[in-house]
Design a protein around this ligand. Structure first.
Ligand code: NG1
Ligand code: MG
Length: 391
């Protein structure tokens, strides 16, 4: 694959000098959904699929970018001193945003560069293809120009790019999981303090399966910002009596005792999800570490119900896919993952049942929705990095 990417690079950007190759994974969140921007816990892992970047420095200030995923599009070319958001090359805004934040923070990119991107994560599916290309860019620039920034700093810069350049007020989960991921581990991250611990994914005789609804998440970004707003409003009401700075600081008991302060019924439901989901996430990780996979799975199912009924971010397709999974033998837990409204689900399935799972869930889902889902058995990889090339 890497050899082929180098050949492709040479065709698009002919030249003598050596190239370097970088990789940033996608991620899947196991539990802790819509908790990151509420100062709560998340529990994602990095995938073995992701975004490749083949790159070579230039002599001038030009950046030229090409994506193999959008073959109809020509080379996107711009100068480092005029980084503009452009609707016509939507994918290019993610790397541009990272460059913009780095430059605004005073980092010096001494020259431009040519870069070829190739991603094997399905786009717009909740597996963070966007954060993946952001981190790929951040690592490329960090290495190429010897910025010596720590990975956590690159994570924050990438999040800032998404917030300010793209305009999605996302939390830090995706960029963190992608930057800091560790092979065969998930990471329990406190999104308020950024304290984190790695937890080995010991699923005994079971595997993680991602199922893609193949329903594009059209409304995701606007609805996403709307949910953030609703949670902020609920927090403001609670702050009349409680000195807290995020919903993630509340226990269920504290929430129940003070929820009457949140007058708007919708805002109250959103806050309830955030608080309960946060507690569920901590509980789930304790269960996993104790080897209680069934207990972990039950909490995944509860998470989905809460996202469906209180947070209202699932929709027909995600619900159909999860319900089909729940009806299958050998399924330990199943829920939507990511922002919602489409995209993917994550399930834990006993190895002996994987084949029937794929067949039966597919049939059932297609019957209900008319769409054909895709399935991936998850391989947990490590975080964003330069790939060492053989000579
Ligand atoms: P996805 O589905 O990858 O877009 C989004 C946010 C996360 C998090 C989850 C919900 C972006 C880029 N990321 O993930 O920060 O809030 O939703 O848990 O919008
Ligand atoms: Mg995204």
């Amino acid at each position: 694959m890497i050899d082929q990417l180098k050949i492709d690079f040479m065709k698009i950007f002919p030249g003598e000098e050596e190239v370097r190759v970088f990789f940033a994974p996608g991620r899947v969140n196991l539990i802790g959904e819509h908790t990151d921007y509420n100062g709560g816990y998340v529990f994602p892992c990095a995938l073995s699929i992701g975004t490749y970047a083949v790159v070579r420095k230039r002599q001038d200030q030009l950046v030229r970018m090409y994506s193999l995923n959008f073959k109809d599009v020509e080379i996107v070319q711009f100068s480092l001193d005029s980084l503009l958001y452009e609707k016509s090359h939507d994918w290019a805004n993610y790397p541009k945003g990272v460059m913009d934040v780095l430059i605004k923070k005073g980092h010096h990119l001494s020259t431009g560069f040519d870069v070829l991107f190739y991603g094997n994560i399905p786009n717009g599916a909740g597996l963070s293809s966007s954060a993946s290309i952001e981190l790929a860019t951040a690592v490329v620039i960090n290495e190429l120009f010897h910025l010596n920034l720590e990975m956590v700093e690159l994570v924050k810069i990438s999040q800032q790019a998404e917030n300010e350049f793209i305009g999605v007020s996302c939390g830090i989960m995706d960029q963190f999981a992608i930057g800091m991921g560790k092979e065969d581990h998930a990471v329990l991250l406190n999104c308020q303090t950024l304290d984190f611990t790695y937890s080995p994914l010991k699923l005994q005789d079971a595997s993680l399966i991602i199922s893609n609804t193949n329903k594009r998440r059209g409304l995701a970004d606007s609805k996403y910002n709307e949910r953030r707003y609703e949670c902020d409003m609920a927090l403001r009401d609670l702050q009349k009596e409680l000195s807290i700075s995020s919903l993630g600081e509340l226990t269920k008991e504290q929430f129940e005792a003070h929820k009457h302060l949140i007058k708007n019924e919708l805002h109250q439901k959103r806050a309830k999800h955030a608080v309960y989901e946060n507690e569920r996430t901590k509980e789930a990780v304790v269960k996993l570490q104790a080897g209680d996979i069934a207990g972990f799975g039950r909490l995944m199912n509860e998470s989905h119900r809460s996202l469906r009924d209180d947070y209202e971010v699932t929709g027909t397709e995600l619900d159909a896919l999860v319900e089909a999974a729940w009806n299958q033998e050998g399924v330990i837990g199943s829920r939507m993952t990511g922002a919602g409204f489409g995209g993917c689900t994550i399930s834990i399935v006993k190895d002996a049942y994987i084949e029937t799972f794929i067949q039966e869930v597919k049939d059932s889902y297609t019957k209900t929705t008319g769409l054909i889902p895709d399935f991936y058995v998850v391989q947990v990889g490590s975080g964003a990095r330069e790939l060492q090339l053989e000579a």
